[in-house]
Write a protein that binds this ligand. Sequence first.
Ligand SMILES: [Fe+2]
Ligand SMILES: [Fe+2]
Length: 277
Amino acid sequence: MKITTIIENSLGDQKELYNEHGLSFFIETPDGNILFDTGKTGAFIENAKALGINLKKIDFLMLSHAHYDHCGGVKKFLNEFDVRPAFYVSEIFFANSEKYRCLDENKYKYIGIDFDENFIKEKKLNIHYVNEDMIKLNEKVYVFTNFEKTHDFEKLNPNMKFRKGEKYLLDHFDDEISLAVDTEKGLIVILGCSHPGVLNIIDTISKRTGKPIYGIIGGTHLIEADEERINKTIEKIKEKNIKMIGVSHCTGEKAIQSFKEKCDDFFVNCTGTILEL
Ligand SMILES: [Fe+2]
Ligand SMILES: [Fe+2]
């Protein structure tokens, strides 16, 4: 199995690749290829080419949640490529997709998606709405949603909202989905933004699968966390004996520095990283 980080905030040695505030993974498994998120602008398409990935060979298109930095490449991708991957999103992905950031009392910045359910239907993709706690996508991949919120200190950001009619409601991110890939070493958890809390997500996945977690990659959204939350999160991750910690995207510089100092097995999972598992 192979997991390629097609685009992400940071660049590694491959300076010819584009980076941007966003996330996109290509996951190759023996029975199907998955595009998990599409970054912000569609530049992931250029990167895929440069990385030797044939995006025509895609079986599943999955979106972790309805933020622009994960779904911004969807339109460009489906307009440019004549593909019909099975489309997986949360059951409430479209219903809660008018997402905003509250800048001050009456000022909201749109941070949602730029397409709707009809666009996906016009492209003739089969839409699979995820509402089950856990789905087995194929022999090696599980999809999760409805994360149990067991860590009280993983608070929601009060400025993250979604619009329903005239109202701006607090976003609980019940639309977030995460993946786990089963490898001989244990599960590799693939995170989008971890808005429900990275520990809530990984604990839910451990509990539902009964399998040890070998690695985590993706966004942890610690960018808005204070030092106490960052320290607590890292402590708990270390307790779980997770061997491969390759977080990035919305993890933020401060948390990345702490991970570097405290975890021997930490690496910045930058644009172009290929993990063969
Ligand atoms: Fe997000
Ligand atoms: Fe994000």
